[in-house]
Design a protein around this ligand. Structure first.
Ligand code: ZN
Length: 220
């Protein structure tokens, strides 16, 4: 099953941590009936007819980032910290209700001071089309974890070249089921691009980074 992050943000006001309300957004399940979700607002069991839901500070399913933040789902990186649990002086916020493990927190100061310029190495498998994209551009458009690759035919680069040249050489699987391992690197900052753009860069506007903290946990 997939793993998601659930996050709340607190600000220290007069010495006391207080949850910052992230606001509301249209309910994902019923805001666009017909193309996604379960139906109309009135019958929606997710928002119970309100038509909106709590906005998430950050809801990207980014396993390399989860590894950086808490050693969750990606064991190839040293996390900023092993999960610290919930802070003792946690406010009575509701932002973590979907989470059930690996709780942790950071002050905004800690996030900003962390070395995000270090290199993260992606070690993935790609199909023939994405192998060609990787060869020309250095990164594939789409890739899979090696665990997914394990159920496919994982071949060497030399063999992949042969698959592409003449698929009839390889009769074990259909051509598109062949995968090969590739690696490429990005900085941690690039890995965490949307975490910064959608979340951290906005938190910077809320006040002194010492007085802002994120608290998070994961599900599944
Ligand atoms: Zn709804």
């Amino acid at each position: 099953m997939g793993c998601d992050i659930h996050m709340m943000v607190e600000k220290r006001i007069d010495g006391e941590w207080t949850e910052i309300d992230p606001g509301r957004e249209p309910c994902w399940w019923c805001s666009d009936p017909g193309t996604k979700g379960t139906g109309t607002k009135d019958s929606c069991c997710w928002c119970r007819g309100s038509g909106d839901q709590r906005r998430e500070w950050f809801d990207g399913r980014n396993y390399p980032l989860f590894g950086i933040l808490a050693g969750v789902r990606d064991y190839s990186v040293d996390p900023i910290s092993e999960p610290r649990g919930l802070p003792d002086d946690l406010s009575s916020g509701t932002g973590l209700s979907g989470a059930d493990h690996s709780y942790s927190w950071f002050s905004l100061r800690e996030i900003l001071d962390y070395d995000w310029e270090q290199a993260y190495t992606y070690n993935r498998v790609v199909d023939p089309a994405n192998y060609v994209v990787w060869k020309h551009q250095g990164t594939p458009k789409k890739s899979c974890s090696r665990a997914v690759g394990a159920i496919m035919g994982v071949v060497s680069h030399a063999e992949m070249e042969k698959v592409i040249k003449d698929p009839s050489n390889f009769e074990e699987f259909p051509e598109t089921r062949y995968y090969t391992e590739v690696t490429w690197t990005k900085t941690y900052r690039e890995v965490a691009k949307y975490f910064f753009e959608d979340c951290i860069n906005k938190l910077v506007e809320l006040g002194d980074p010492e007085d802002i903290r994120i608290i998070f946990g994961f599900d599944s």
